[in-house]
Design a protein around this ligand. Structure first.
Ligand SMILES: [Zn+2]
Ligand SMILES: [Zn+2]
Length: 329
């Protein structure tokens, strides 16, 4: 049996192998970072970690100053006579990786955040098949979350932008600066509409293009010219002058949470686009069945019980790693 422990707010510790996965403190010799979102990057910015090259660049652009050992996808690193670790593409954001550990006590796969079918704005999704212990996030862990295809969602984004321009409105997309913003840009690329991006998101877009992602015609937010195209900015700027100073506008909110109608009463926008960079509920259950591990460990979930119930019905053994009351979205 391999000891698998939740560590701190979001990380996982495998004490038998001295390995930490997305942990926040230097409590393991070997620490692997799945991707550059803030809830997976150590707040202790001085601890040495392994990351894929794009994740390393994104982490540095967001202020991480620790030592990063670059580990590209599919290149195994031998930690000691017991453990070999390999990153697999997770399909969540650029550089996002699942961590696969091969040990004498069995093979462990830790997903970090992931998406299959993968986001078109990533390196894709690839999963090892020989998994004994599967540690998976379950952010969208209820059967109400069933995503539309990227084709449908990207069309929705383009249509919203083109219709807005046609009526003389500035299309504004409210979404995260890292990951989702670049997906929206990729969706808009064929329209040729110039896109402005929030200042904190702009340097991240340059990293995306350096790794070959086509984000189209984009520039940093400029108050003087923003009305000439589309704007992508985080939800937190909705009530700031960045958005309020644009006189004629139509606002879309892009998020997996947008698939819940109740969201409509909380955020007043013109359109909800349920674009998510996480796996949906049914894809999660299907993947667990396909891998058929000895045990599934659920983390990053508001509804562990529902997932566990469905997995047990499929004949799988499942357990939550989250401490009650310490759940996150
Ligand atoms: Zn993430
Ligand atoms: Zn996360």
């Amino acid at each position: 049996m391999i000891r698998i422990q939740k560590h701190g707010y979001g990380g996982i510790l495998l004490p038998d192998f001295d390995v930490g996965l997305d942990i926040d403190q230097p409590d393991a010799t070997h620490i692997f970072i799945s991707h550059a979102h803030a809830d997976h990057v150590p707040r202790n910015r001085r601890i040495p970690v392994f990351a894929t090259p794009p994740t390393a660049d994104l982490m540095k652009a967001r202020g991480f100053s620790g030592k990063i050992t670059l580990l590209p996808f599919h290149e195994p690193v031998v930690l000691n006579e017991k453990v070999t670790v390999t990153f697999y593409p997770a399909g969540h954001i650029l550089g996002s990786a699942m961590t696969y550990l091969q040990t004498p006590e069995g093979n462990v796969l830790y997903t970090g955040d992931y998406r299959t079918p993968p986001s078109p704005c990533t390196e894709g999704f690839d999963c090892p098949t020989d998994v004994d212990y599967f540690i998976t996030e379950a952010t969208f862990s209820l059967p109400v979350y069933r995503w539309k295809s990227h084709d449908v969602l990207f069309n929705m984004i383009r249509t919203f932008a083109e219709d807005s321009r046609a009526s003389g409105d500035v299309p504004i997309f409210l979404t995260y600066n890292l990951g989702k913003a670049q997906e929206v840009m990729m969706a808009l690329e064929p329209t040729g509409i110039p896109v402005q991006i929030h200042g904190a998101g702009y340097p991240l877009c340059e990293i995306y293009t350096r790794y070959g992602m086509n984000l189209g015609n984009f520039s940093r937010y400029n108050r003087k010219t923003v009305a000439e195209g589309a704007l992508i900015t985080p939800l937190s700027t909705l009530d700031t002058s960045m958005v309020t100073s644009i006189r004629k506008k139509r606002i879309a909110y892009c998020s997996g949470w947008a698939s819940l109608e109740s969201r409509r009463s909380q955020i007043i926008v013109d359109k909800l686009i349920p674009l998510s960079d996480h796996i949906d509920f049914f894809e999660l259950i299907d993947l667990c069945k396909k891998l058929n591990p000895k045990k599934v460990y659920i983390t990053h979930t508001p509804n562990a019980d529902v997932v566990i119930h469905y997995l047990q019905q499929a004949g799988l053994i499942a357990e939550s790693l989250d401490i009650a009351g310490n759940d996150e979205a």
